[in-house]
Design a protein around this ligand. Structure first.
Ligand code: ADP
Ligand code: TYD
Length: 202
């Protein structure tokens, strides 16, 4: 089973992934977590380039670099693990490319990005995508003391467009489970478990 978490920076993805992983491990499942971009040697090197504030990267190059990191992660780790029935949890996947490079940067038409996403994922589609929905204001408040990487240095218009991108996906992708991420950590965790519980019993 492939579970992905999406949402703007600071929406609580890492926090919820860590709780979910612990819960699944305690229940006896085999679980692996990867963050995007990253998770393989090649993908972590690409991550270093993408988040380096000293580099200027053209929007199309940026889209292709995120996609290259993803292709390597799927081929090297995700697909083989899924074949062994391990539950794989991803901290971001191709929906982030639609939101950030498509709606945020406007690097290419969304239809074209969908084709690149399909190539980069080797046509792998998540079973569940949890969209942690948080306002930009609250996310900014939660992360105001954090150091900003290259992506996080983009302006307010960019982040508003990214937020709109996730909203578009929530409306158009039936796999998206929208979670109100303004609530406390424990109630969000419980809602996620409730949504997953039926399919995990089988
Ligand atoms: P992301 O991985 O989406 O960037 P994090 O899980 O790192 O988000 O959370 C960003 C910050 O917000 C962290 O300091 C975290 O402890 C805090 N946080 C996460 N979830 C909540 C919540 N439901 N309510 C308040 N603060 C939260
Ligand atoms: P990271 O620190 O992992 O994200 P977060 O702040 O949510 O914990 O940084 C990844 C950054 O890369 C984040 O700003 C989102 C961005 N990103 C894209 O622009 N496109 C993508 O396809 C992915 C996977 C991430």
């Amino acid at each position: 089973m492939l579970i992905t978490f999406e949402g703007i920076d600071g929406s609580g993805k890492s926090t919820q992934i860590s709780l979910l992983r612990d819960h699944l491990l305690e229940a006896g499942h085999e679980v692996q977590v990867f963050r995007e971009p990253g998770g393989t040697d090649v993908s972590e090197i690409i991550r270093g380039m993408l988040l380096n504030p000293e580099l200027e990267i053209d929007p199309v190059t940026e889209l292709l670099l995120f996609s290259s990191a993803r292709s390597q992660l799927v081929a090297e780790k995700v697909r083989p693990l899924l074949e062994k029935n391990v539950i794989v949890i991803l901290d971001r996947f191709y929906d982030s490319t639609t939101a950030y490079q498509g709606f945020g940067r406007r690097s290419m038409p969304i239809e074209q990005i969908k084709q690149i996403n399909a190539a980069a994922t080797h046509d792998l589609v998540p079973d569940f995508t949890f969209y942690l929905r948080l306002s930009l204001e609250e996310a900014r408040e939660r992360t105001k003391t954090f150091e900003k990487d290259r992506m996080e240095r983009a302006g307010d218009t960019f982040f508003t467009q990214v937020f709109e991108g996730f909203e578009y996906l929530a409306k158009t992708e039936s796999r998206f489970k929208t979670i109100n991420a303004e609530r406390n950590i424990e109630s969000i965790h419980k809602e996620i478990l409730k949504i997953l519980s039926l399919s995990l019993k089988s």
